[in-house]
Structure formats: structure tokens, C-alpha cells
Design a protein around this ligand. Structure first.
Ligand SMILES: [Zn+2]
Length: 431
């Protein structure tokens, strides 16, 4: 049986950084979804509804907005309870706040509860796809995959890999790391919505042998993804230069071990050299920008324009626990402000692209999710202004639909009323 969802629809048809008319907003719109969860048609209610069979279920969200499921391109599962801790920058924050929290996931029951809470919290904020640094403990990371599977979330994750620069229980070695990654990778291969992600923490936590293991694993399993941090903070960049004196620059440390390619997602890249951007573009890497984390740790202002000029795909992450939001939707005002400080004006279409279709494309899952294109899965969330009189009245002052969307991005903080993955509602008892 088909279902038609009614409301105001907003999504991207293409990349608005290249195609200014890529944003489509349909007032009194309709989204027709088949029993398999795939979108059959999208358009104006007046055009779609008259042709529907009597058996079609109608779900009318009135004046609420239906938006594509959000994609959080970077966060840390074991840092769920490390959010909003006072800090003095990246390296000391890792020592004082992060490592103790991450060590706590050795307790299997605690790790499992945390995984359940995290997945429910993300879904409750409209996030239907997440790219996640898992725990250093294999059992805990398994709990994360299990929670994602239970609730139907699309998940890219893996065990956080480090073999020095942290407390002993968090450290691995290349042989053990290979075995753990192989086992979890095998688990993901049998699941449609789960993808294995290699996650070497960053150059300062990984020996050349561990990085080499990651490169070897990628060559062995070409469908695996890799995510790591780069160029976050000046102190970190100086330390990497000292630890790897033979590397031309930070990116070269990863390049020398065969870690670059179209399935590689580099996080932060706030202070890149020109040579690094050229090499990223040449190798097909993407970059994930984490605005509230960058501001909270005082890491710097992300040079978005330079990345766009080099043709490097960009996504946005919350970077929990350095970030302050559980929804990438709430990161969008920070994205906007960081660019304003550098004289760059982003519009609503560009902002929405970064957390929906743009992220789906760089992960290679745009045939499944990212917009309302017929044939893709119906992953979406419902932004409802029902009780927010101020916001309702404020929107009435907007001159265009795009202006309303921009205002919503800045003012609608906790307005997610329902979330659908593959056409099925994530039950409220889970959220
Ligand atoms: Zn991070």
C-alpha cells in the first residue's frame, strides 16, 4: 500500500554551489512513497493527490516542513558524555576529558546503554545517517552497530584506532587492529545500512605501522571507508611535523601510507597548505567541517571557499563531544557565521546541501538518500512549528520560501516532530 505525506517540502536537486536553481521548495507539497519505502513521486499536492487510488494512506502534516534526513558526517560515540567540558584546546582536552570518557566503554553494559541513547538521540534530531568514530573496544563498537540496526539508522563506523599517545587500555597494535576491523567489516557486509569505516584517530596517535595496516586494509577491501582528523589546530600541526620529519606536510603522512582516495573523509582541515588542497582534490578525498567544535576548542575558522575552489566535496559534522549539538541542523548557523567572518555569504540552499545531498554524494549513497528524488528511499524528518508562535509570525514576514528556510535554519532548534527512514516512522517510544 502506498502512503502520501503532505506538508511543505524542501530539498536539493543538485549542487547549489554550481547550480543556483538547485533548491526546490514546494508549498502544499506531496511525497508519495511505495510499500518498499522508496519515493514514487514528489510535487504539488494538487497535482499528485487527484490521481491516487482510494487505498493510499494519507499522512497530513499541514504547515509543517518535510526535509530530507540529515547526515552527520562526523562524531565520536564514546564522547557522548564529554560534551561541553571546559577546555584549553585540543591536545589538553583529549588528555583531561576525552580519554577518561573513552576508557569507560570497556564496561560492556555501559557501552551498550550509551549506544542506544546516542542512536535514539540522533534520530530524534532528524539525523538518519551518521559517520561515527566508534569505541576502541570492539564489543562497544558492536553495540553501536547493533543499536543502528535496531532503529534502522544508516551508519558508517569503526573502532577508533590508536597505538600510542593515550592510556594503555585504549591502545591497540596493527595485528590486533586488523583482526578486529576484519570481524566488524564482515558483520557490516551482510547489512544494507551499515558500512565499515576505518578510523585511525589522527597522526599523533598512530605509528607508521598502524597507518600502514589501514592502507593495506583499504587495498584489501576497496569498499571500506576511512575517516581521520587533519589540520585542526596549530599546536597539533607542529607536533605532527616533529613526529613525521620526512613528511612534506600533514596530509603527506596519510598519503605515504596509501590512505587517500574517494572513500576518505578528512575531518577539520582548518589550516591546510595549498599543496594539501591540491593533493586532496587530485586523490578525490572529501572534507568534513565541524563548526561548533572548531569554535568551542578555539581551533580556527574553516576556509570553505578555498576547498570549494579546489573542487573538494564538503560535509558537516557535529563532532560530539567537542561539538555542542546532537543535530547537524543546529550546526548550520555556526557554518554560516564562520563564513561571514571570512566575507563569504552562504544561502539556505548551500547550507541544506552540506547536510543532505552533498554529504550523501560524497559518501556515494545518493541513490538511497539525500533528497526526494523518485527512486530514493523516503528518509525525512518533520519540522513542526505548531507551538512556536514567534517563529510562525516571524516566517510570515519572509519574502520568499527560501528566506523562510534560512530563518528556520537559524531559529528552529528543537522542532523535530517525527522521523522516517525508508518510509517507516521511527516510533516515538524510541525517541
Ligand atoms: Zn573528531
Amino acid at each position: 500500500m502506498n502512503t502520501v505525506f503532505l506538508g511543505t517540502l524542501a530539498h536539493l536537486l543538485d549542487n547549489p554551489f554550481q547550480h543556483p536553481g538547485a533548491l526546490e521548495i514546494i508549498d502544499r507539497g506531496a511525497l508519495l512513497v511505495g510499500p518498499d519505502g522508496r519515493i514514487i513521486a514528489v510535487g504539488a499536492k494538487d497535482k499528485i493527490c487527484p490521481g491516487l487510488s482510494a487505498s493510499t494512506t494519507i499522512v497530513d502534516y499541514g504547515e509543517a516542513w518535510l526535509l530530507p534526513g540529515l547526515i552527520d558526517a562526523h562524531l565520536h560515540y564514546p564522547q557522548y558524555y564529554a560534551v561541553a567540558a571546559a577546555n584549553r584546546g585540543l591536545l589538553s582536552w583529549l588528555e583531561q576529558t576525552v580519554f577518561p570518557e573513552e576508557s569507560a566503554l570497556a564496561r560492556v553494559d555501559y557501552a551498550s546503554r550509551l549506544a542506544d541513547e546516542l542512536v535514539r538521540r540522533l534520530l530524534g534530531a532528524g539525523v538518519t545517517t551518521a559517520v561515527v568514530f566508534g569505541s576502541q573496544f570492539a564489543q562497544a563498537t558492536k553495540s553501536l552497530f547493533a543499536a543502528a540496526k535496531q532503529y534502522g539508522m544508516r551508519l558508517f563506523a569503526g573502532v577508533t584506532l590508536m597505538d600510542h599517545g593515550g592510556p594503555e587500555p585504549l591502545l591497540t597494535n596493527p595485528e590486533t587492529a586488523w583482526q578486529v576491523c576484519e570481524a566488524l567489516y564482515g558483520f557490516c557486509c551482510n547489512e544494507n545500512n551499515l558500512h565499515y569505516l576505518l578510523t585511525p584517530r589522527f597522526a599523533l596517535s598512530c605509528s607508521p605501522a598502524l597507518l600502514e595496516m589501514c592502507g593495506e586494509f583499504m587495498r584489501h577491501h576497496p569498499e571500506v571507508y576511512l575517516q581521520t582528523h587533519i589540520n585542526e589546530n596549530r599546536e597539533e600541526i607542529d607536533a605532527v611535523a616533529k613526529a613525521f620529519p620526512e613528511a612534506e606536510h600533514y596530509l603527506d603522512v596519510y598519503d605515504q601510507h596509501g590512505l587517500l582516495g574517494p572513500r576518505t573523509l578528512l575531518v577539520h582541515d582548518i589550516h591546510p597548505q595549498g599543496a594539501e588542497l591540491r593533493r586532496m582534490a587530485e586523490s578525490g578525498c572529501s572534507v568534513c567541517h565541524c563548526p561548533s567544535s572548531n569554535l568551542f576548542l578555539g581551533s580556527g575558522l574553516f576556509p570553505l571557499r578555498r576547498h570549494i575552489q579546489h573542487g573538494i566535496p564538503i560535509a558537516v559534522g557535529t563532532d560530539i563531544g567537542a561539538g555542542l549539538h546532537f543535530s547537524v541542523w543546529n550546526e548550520l548557523p555556526e557554518v554560516y557565521k564562520i563564513q561571514r567572518l571570512q566575507g563569504v555569504n552562504l544561502n539556505a540552499a548551500q547550507l541544506l546541501y552540506l547536510v543532505t545531498l552533498g554529504a550523501a554524494r560524497l559518501l556515494g549513497i545518493e541513490a538511497e538518500t539525500g533528497n526526494f528524488e523518485p527512486g530514493t528511499m523516503a528518509d525525512f524528518w518533520v519540522l513542526d512549528l505548531e507551538d512556536d508562535l514567534y517563529l510562525k509570525h516571524r516566517l510570515a514576514h519572509c519574502e520568499s520560501a527560501e528566506a523562510r528556510l534560512f530563518t528556520l535554519m537559524h531559529l528552529a532548534r528543537h522542532h523535530c516532530r517525527a522521523v522516517y527512514i525508508q518510509g517507516k516512522r521511527c516510533k516515538s517510544r524510541h525517541l
